[in-house]
Every structure is written in structure tokens, then in C-alpha cells.
Design a protein. Structure first.
Length: 446
């Protein structure tokens, strides 16, 4: 698969509290010594320029980076070696950047702004230049609620123990890092778990989607639609995990980030499959590879869908559903998402889930929903807490089931929301039939 956006951020992770606020030395920003980052970046840029000038081939390939205009000024002021922009608009600028400088840019952005992301890397200049105008406006709606007779009886079938069991299986791998053997094994485990559930649905199948450049595949379960099969509904979450201090060997259980999201989707699949789900639109459940290193698996898939002209009517991303960190139970993300679909999620919660919800924002392209948004598809993200209240054990060896309280109770409303989302966006022929059978007029006429 070729990818339009190859990575947003590399090595980007939250800085633990002990290293975070109020560093003493002036050259430190959020615990990272930025002078040395700039120095190393300048050195690398000089070396690469020298190799290029000598006519020899450079080691890596170039990426095309799009950056917000405001961020460019900050980088310029810090004398980060961006070079000259190759294209610009009021909103963003595009730079050519050697592979080797990407991790340094990522480190700089994180320490300077105390956030990840802020730039998109593309394999082609043309892809980067699309960002100059901003993402294409998504059109997925109108979204309607009329599947009550099908959805409501299913909600009490959701089992916390099932969600917990998937979290335990996924967190049982040493890590699910995108280049580790255990990262590949965890993806294969998920594919076989989903396959055992898909077996109950006629025509459903599970595919491993391989990506160029790393070993871990994404996992896609497809339930073919009926009379509107060309239209697709996507429910996804990332299956990889990361330890911010290490790579292939470091322990990264990722129980909350994001075994919880994968377990939420898996339980929705189980309940829908057991009930004989027969969507009118095609429904795809996706476990993305390599989210933690720049949304790479989802970027690959979303770009492929755009290129193929696929019509995706709505995408929901589940990334962290296990930790109760705020008084409301569900927080709808408001940035890098589709406003109409997000508003509709609120209505689905009120109609089917009945928990308190609020809104929050990441402030950057923090998860795979952004890959879909970037490719012009409507996406939404229901999150476990307000951004400030989220589980701060993420990306460490402490992101365990214990840290979320030994239970998957907090994820249960998210499963209900996923069942409602899949049913209301894809619609079912069963709903009308059930409504008729349940109406007093129907029983009275017998
Ligand atoms: N689950 C995290 C972050 C997150 C926070 C997602 C709030 C959704 C809502 C996600 O796995 C993550 O770590 N994302 C990266 C960004 C990515 C571009 C590498 C991050 O925030 O460092
Ligand atoms: Zn993460």
C-alpha cells in the first residue's frame, strides 16, 4: 500500500509529570534540552547537504512536511534548520525534509509546545501541498435515528468480563510495538479472535492488511452490506502500543492505550454477530497498526480509500475507553473531527447509552480519526475523560488493567455506543420488521 500521509510524529510521547513543568535551566523546555536538539538537527542537515553537494547518494529519502504557519515562525525563531518552503498558503507551508531530521523535529515540537503532532509528513510533494488548503469538507450525513427496535434489546447483552478478557489478552504481549515480533503476533491474535466472531455472520471476512515499511499489519473485519453495500461505515482503533522510553524490547502493555478501544470494538462485534447483524451498508471494523509512530497504519488505509474513491459515510475511532478520569463518562473530541457526526454521537448517547457526556479537544492530530479527516471522510472520537483527566500512565509499563481499576466497567457505555453507531449508520432490514412485530397494531391484527 502506498501512503499519502506517512507519519505525523515519531517518538512522540507524553512527558511524565516528574520531568514536565517548571524546568530549572532556561535551555530546557518541558524537560527536554532543546538547544541540543537544534544543534544535532543543524549538524545532520549540514552533513546531508555536504553529501548532496558531493553528488553522492544520501542515505535516506526525503519527506514532504506540511506545517502550520504559526509553528513555522516558532521553528524559525529557534533556528531549527527547516530550509526554504517549497510552497505556502496563509494557513500552512510545505518543506522538503530528509528522513533523518523527522525524529528531531518531532522531539522539538513535543518539548516546545508540550504536545505531539503539529506537522504531517507525506511521501510526495503533491500530498503535502493538499494540506495548504486544509482538509476537504466531509459529507456523510444526514444521520438519522430509527433503529431502536433492533438496537435497544441488544444493549443488555454487553458484558464487562468479555471486554476485560480482550484487554488482558492484548496487554499480555510484552508490547505491541509496530516493529516488534510481539507487535505482529498481537495483530495475528486479534485477526483470529475477530475471525471466530465473523464466522457467525454470513459473508463476513477478516483481512490482514500489510503496510510498506514495517512488519505489523492492520486487521480489517468486513461485514458486507445489502442494498447499500457500496457505502461504508468504519469503526476503528489502534492495535499497537508503545513504551516512550524504548522500542522493540520495552514493556508496553497498553491496556488502556489502546487494548481498551480494541476490546470495546471486539465486544460490539460479538453482540452484533450473536444477534444476526445484517447491515444495509458495508460495515468495517479496523485495528490499525503503527498509530503510535505517526498514525501510519490508518494514514495508509484512509489514503488508499480516497484514491479508490470509496464512499465512507462515517468513521468512529476508539482510542482509550478504560479509565474514568472525569465526572462525565464520555467526552466527544471536537478537533480534527466532523462537527455533524460528532453532534450525532451526542444524540446516540442520549438515545441509547444514557450516560453523562461532554466535549474535549486534543489540540493536535492525536489519533487515527485525523487520518480519515485528512482524506475528506467524516470522523468522530468518543474519549474516556477530558483531555486533562485522561490516563497518564499511557506509553509506560504502568498502562495496565490495574491502573484502570482492574475492571473494564468504564468501557461498557462505549460498547453500547459502538453497537448504536454501527446500526444507525449502516441501518438494518431487521429494525423495520421488529418494529412492526412489536407494535400494538401488529399484534392486535392477529
Ligand atoms: N491514545 C493516545 C493519545 C490520545 C489522546 C488519543 C486523546 C485520543 C485522545 C494516542 O495513542 C497517542 O499516543 N497519540 C500520539 C500522537 C501520534 C500522532 C503519534 C500522541 O499523542 O503522542
Ligand atoms: Zn498512544
Amino acid at each position: 500500500m502506498s501512503s499519502k500521509i506517512v507519519s505525523a510524529v515519531l517518538l512522540c510521547a507524553f512527558v511524565p509529570a516528574a520531568f514536565a513543568a517548571g524546568a530549572d535551566a532556561p535551555s530546557f523546555d518541558n524537560g527536554v534540552e532543546i538547544t541540543s536538539i537544534i544543534k544535532e538537527a543543524k549538524l545532520r542537515a549540514k552533513e546531508i547537504a555536504a553529501v548532496k553537494a558531493s553528488g553522492a547518494k544520501t542515505k535516506g529519502t526525503s519527506q514532504w512536511i506540511s506545517l502550520g504557519a504559526g509553528d513555522v515562525s516558532t521553528l524559525d525563531a529557534a533556528t531549527f534548520p527547516l530550509g526554504e518552503p517549497v510552497a505556502k498558503s496563509d494557513r500552512a507551508m510545505v518543506f522538503e525534509m530528509p528522513d533523518e531530521l523527522l525524529p528531531l523535529l518531532s522531539k522539538f515540537m513535543h518539548s516546545k509546545f508540550n504536545r505531539c503532532g503539529g506537522f504531517f509528513a507525506h511521501r510526495t510533494r503533491q500530498g503535502a501541498e493538499q494540506d495548504l488548503a486544509g482538509p476537504i469538507k466531509a459529507t456523510g450525513g444526514p444521520y438519522t435515528i430509527d433503529q431502536q427496535s433492533w438496537v435497544k434489546p441488544l444493549l443488555s447483552n454487553v458484558k464487562e468480563a468479555e471486554v476485560r478478557s480482550t484487554i488482558e489478552s492484548m496487554a499480555g504481549y510484552n508490547n505491541r510495538y509496530y516493529t516488534a515480533d510481539t507487535g505482529v503476533a498481537a495483530a495475528k491474535w486479534l485477526a483470529s479472535r475477530w475471525q471466530s466472531l465473523a464466522a457467525k455472520i454470513p459473508g463476513a471476512k477478516v483481512d490482514l492488511v500489510n503496510h510498506d515499511g514495517w512488519a505489523q499489519p492492520s486487521v480489517v473485519l468486513t461485514i458486507p452490506g445489502g442494498d447499500m453495500a457500496q457505502e461504508i461505515v468504519v469503526l476503528g482503533g489502534h492495535l499497537d502500543s508503545i513504551n516512550q522510553w524504548g522500542g522493540n524490547e520495552a514493556r508496553a502493555p497498553g491496556a488502556d492505550d489502546n487494548a481498551s478501544g480494541i476490546a470495546t470494538l471486539t465486544e460490539a462485534i460479538r453482540v452484533l454477530a450473536d444477534a444476526g447483524f445484517k447491515p444495509r451498508r458495508t460495515v468495517q471494523f479496523m485495528g490499525y497498526a503503527a498509530e503510535e509512530v505517526g498514525l501510519r497504519g490508518s494514514a495508509d488505509i484512509a489514503a488508499q480509500y480516497q484514491k479508490a474513491g470509496k464512499k465512507v459515510v462515517g468513521v468512529v475511532q476508539y482510542d482509550m475507553t478504560g479509565f474514568k478520569g472525569s465526572s462525565e463518562d464520555i467526552f466527544l473530541l471536537t478537533d480534527n473531527v466532523d462537527a455533524d457526526l460528532t453532534q450525532f454521537m451526542g444524540k446516540l448517547i442520549d438515545e441509547y447509552v444514557g450516560v453523562k457526556w461532554s466535549t474535549t479537544e486534543c489540540g493536535y492530530a492525536c489519533s487515527d480519526h485525523a487520518s480519515w479527516t485528512q482524506n475528506g471522510y467524516p470522523s468522530a472520537l468518543p474519549f474516556e475523560a477530558s483531555f486533562d483527566g485522561m490516563n497518564h500512565a499511557l506509553h509506560t509499563e504502568n498502562d495496565t488493567l490495574g491502573t484502570i481499576g482492574g475492571s473494564a466497567e468504564h468501557a461498557v457505555p462505549f460498547v453500547k455506543l459502538a453497537i448504536a453507531f454501527a446500526s444507525e449508520l449502516a441501518k438494518t432490514p431487521q429494525a423495520a420488521r421488529l418494529a412492526k412485530a412489536q407494535s400494538p397494531a401488529a399484534s392486535g391484527s392477529k
